[in-house]
Ligand binder design. Structure first.
Ligand SMILES: Cc1ncc(COP(=O)(O)O)c(C=O)c1O
Length: 294
């Protein structure tokens, strides 16, 4: 069963799929992306990811490639053609193909590319797979609210983590506060069992769709979330810590730099949140949270 990719209206074997060398996504990272998890045949937080995709495109004045309904149908067609029940879909929209010039082209059709790969959602295994993170300076541009493919800052951060045998790099702003992970939002839990994660103010982080869903779930469960900045020193003293993203879902963190967090196992609240998220993602009768940039 060959993997199938989607390139601007065509479903093509993954190995044969490609875009033009003058695609602005390739030349300028003039493009945005989303990653949507497919769990047990259901697209997790599809509504939120499409909301954010449209918003990112609007911020960059890139045309939405097709009506929302058509995008939803194309996602389902990818799932159908790839015959995958558990996996990830990557979507990327670029400003399109045009002779190389920094200025927007007068005329270009947006490029939409989708790829898909399988993944496992073994929740006990995910709880057991505790993670180490390192901290690195946040060297990125200032519009981190837009999910662009200009990811070199994150690539370098993630490589620094990999070089140290860590799963993720938490990036630190010039004032010593953690912004977010290279491909996830960063969370700590203090001794009063409060969840703490950075606010989305000033475009200093990406407003994660998983983060938004967790906020809604915590509200229902009366679990307190405090949205505020936290320093590296504060993170070292956390009772629990985790990363959230569509790919990681909720990944327990038990070490930050050389400081151990908790007792070396996934924390109790972290595990509860993962269970709540999985229940929401797979069993809530299809109801999904909307994503709101505010
Ligand atoms: C920088 C950054 N922050 C946060 C996230 C988490 O976002 P989401 O939960 O929507 O996957 C990601 C995901 O790729 C990311 O790249």
């Amino acid at each position: 069963m060959p993997r199938i990719a989607y390139v601007s209206g065509r479903y093509i074997p993954h190995a044969d799929a490609g875009v033009h060398i003058e695609d602005r996504g390739f030349q300028f990272a003039d493009s945005v992306y989303e990653v949507v998890a497919l769990v047990n045949g259901r697209l997790c937080d599809e509504v939120g990811h499409l909301d954010r995709l449209v918003r990112s495109l609007g911020e960059l004045r890139i045309k939405v490639p097709m009506p929302r309904k058509s995008m939803e149908m194309a996602l389902r067609e990818m799932v159908r053609r790839n015959r995958i029940k558990n996996g990830m879909i990557y979507m990327q929209v670029t400003r399109g193909v045009a002779p190389r010039d920094f200025v927007f082209p007068k005329k270009s059709d947006t490029t939409l590319v989708m790829t898909m790969y399988p993944a496992k959602y073994d929740i006990p295994a995910r709880k057991a797979a505790v993670k180490k993170v390192i901290t690195v300076p946040d060297i990125r541009w200032k519009r981190r609210d837009i999910k662009t493919t200009a990811l070199i800052g994150q690539v370098l951060a993630k490589q620094a983590a990999a070089d140290k045998g860590a799963y993720e790099a938490w990036m630190v702003d010039d004032d010593g506060f953690i912004t977010e992970g290279s491909s996830s939002n960063a969370w700590i839990i203090d001794k009063n069992r409060n969840l703490i994660t950075r606010a989305t103010a000033n475009n200093s982080i990406l407003k994660g769709v998983t983060r938004s869903a967790l906020q809604a779930l915590c509200k229902k469960e009366k679990i307190k979330i405090i949205e505020r900045k936290f320093t590296v020193a504060e993170a070292y003293k956390a009772q629990e810590a985790f990363c959230s993203s569509a790919v990681a879902l909720i990944a327990p963190v038990v070490q930050i730099d050389d400081k151990k967090i908790g007792n070396g196992q996934a924390g109790e609240i972290t595990c509860k949140l993962l269970d709540l998220y999985m229940e929401y993602a797979t069993k809530n009768g299809g109801k999904q949270e909307r994503w709101n940039p505010a």
